[in-house]
Design a protein around this ligand. Structure first.
Ligand code: COA
Length: 396
């Protein structure tokens, strides 16, 4: 029996990634790429120097069977297993120094913009220009990223201040899916009239949270920032403007990608500096579990919106692993993707967390024609996944 006064249950129908009542658009994108890059060969040389040094230092324990010798990494393995050939980084010297193996970014005084906000602002300026908008047209800033500069104040408020935006800002973290989740949040706010336009930024210094001494994952990430503007489709004037046809988000708990760094670490000082306070993953399990989850999400989302997979002109997928993206594209399209259909930026940028699919959209969308449909999709820790169906508004 329901309690007296209990509400009638919601419709039993499954939730659909709805087409929007008010037409909204991603009206401009921007990208900040750090000037320094590290090739697989450079990274492996540094890692192998660390391995030789550690094994020499532990030679006695290794010979006595009390310690296990570390094994060298290989550039060939990295490119074969992931498709990654290089990555942009904010500090090359620290990462490649076998005694440091971490970016060195001196702390800035509080009256200077923080490094992640600075990267976000750089990408944001490009997005504003592409959308033909100024700060005066924006009412809110969302920073969606895997790792925040600090606990508070929010980076978004700092970005807002640096750009002179009147309104509000807040940060949100859904790991690699932060950009698509922020896109849906921005679309909801503009669609409901809470803002005329929202600036979304995704600054990622992923090299700050990789363990460069871990053979399984030392090659995975790079640094970058992306940004985009969400506004009403009828107001959008950016030449590479994309109507947001529908969005759909999904999360499902998993420990297979995890980082236990956090403000409570100081309450258990014995584990400060342990490997789990940086990025750790079960890469093979992630591959196997996330591919079907994402393919199912995309196919369901297309079907709910009456769009045949064959109608997709492009797939801008999260950039974690080339084999994973080929497999997802194959499941969605029902055939092998042709060159350029699911563009890959992993070779140059590596995994840039939330920014990856937005880089693909930024770099590989201007050639499409008005009315063409494409799909932006993120996936990562949580697990989390976001699907965004986009329709090009204008011919270039
Ligand atoms: N150099 C050389 N060999 C390496 C190596 C390295 N750096 N790292 C691992 N290997 C070896 C392993 O020891 C193993 O050897 P074995 O077969 O003799 O035991 C072999 O390569 C395969 O290791 P495995 O970890 O199973 O590799 P993989 O093919 O699964 O590739 C990833 C690893 C991480 C590239 C891949 O699993 C992946 O990208 N998964 C998806 C991750 C993802 O999407 N994460 C989201 C993060 S946001």
């Amino acid at each position: 029996m329901p309690l007296p006064g209990a509400c009638a249950s919601l419709s039993p129908k499954t939730f659909k990634g709805m087409a929007r009542v008010t037409a909204l658009a991603v009206s401009g994108t921007g990208l900040y790429t750090p000037p320094q890059s590290i090739s697989n060969e450079e990274l492996v040389t540094a890692y192998n120097a660390y391995v030789r040094g550690a094994n020499a230092a532990n030679a006695g324990a290794i010979a006595a069977g009390k310690a296990t010798a570390l094994v060298e990494s290989s550039a060939e393995f990295i490119v074969k297993a992931s498709g990654i050939k290089a990555r942009y980084v904010v500090d090359k010297a620290g990462i490649l120094d076998p005694d440091i193996m971490c970016p060195r970014l001196p702390e800035r005084p509080n009256d200077q913009i923080s490094i992640l906000a600075e990267m976000a602002v750089s990408a944001a300026r490009e997005a504003l220009k592409a959308a033909d908008r100024t700060a005066a047209d924006i009412d809110g800033v969302l920073v969606g990223a895997s790792n925040m500069q600090r606990a508070y104040p929010a980076m978004a408020v700092e970005v807002q201040d640096a750009l002179g935006i009147d309104g509000f800002g807040f940060d949100m973290n859904v790991a690699c899916s932060s950009a698509t989740f922020a896109l849906q949040a921005a679309a909801d706010m503009v669609g409901s009239g809470h803002a005329r336009a929202i600036l979304v930024c995704n600054p990622e210094i992923c090299t700050g949270h990789i363990n460069f001494r871990d053979r399984d994952s030392h090659f995975i990430f790079g640094d970058v920032a992306t940004a985009f503007i969400v506004e009403r489709a009828e107001a959008a004037v950016g030449r590479n403007s994309w109507e947001i046809v529908a969005t759909k988000l999904k999360t499902k708990f998993s420990n297979n990608i995890r980082n236990n760094f956090g403000f409570l670490n100081r309450t258990a000082p014995e584990s400060i500096g342990a490997a789990d306070k940086l990025f750790v993953q079960e890469g093979r399990k992630v591959f196997k579990e996330v591919v079907p989850m994402v393919a199912e999400l995309i196919l369901g989302h297309l079907s709910e919106n009456g769009i045949a997979p064959a109608a997709l002109k492009r797939l801008w997928l999260h950039q974690a692993n080339l084999g994973m993206n080929d497999m997802i594209a194959r499941r969605v399209l029902g055939r092998d993707p042709v060159a350029g259909e699911a563009p890959n930026i992993l070779d140059e940028y590596a995994n840039t967390s939330s920014a990856g699919s937005v880089i693909a959209l930024h770099k590989f969308s201007a050639d499409l024609k008005a009315g063409d449909i494409g799909l932006l999709c993120s996936f990562g820790a949580g697990y989390s996944a976001g699907s965004v169906i986009l329709k090009k508004q204008f011919n270039a």
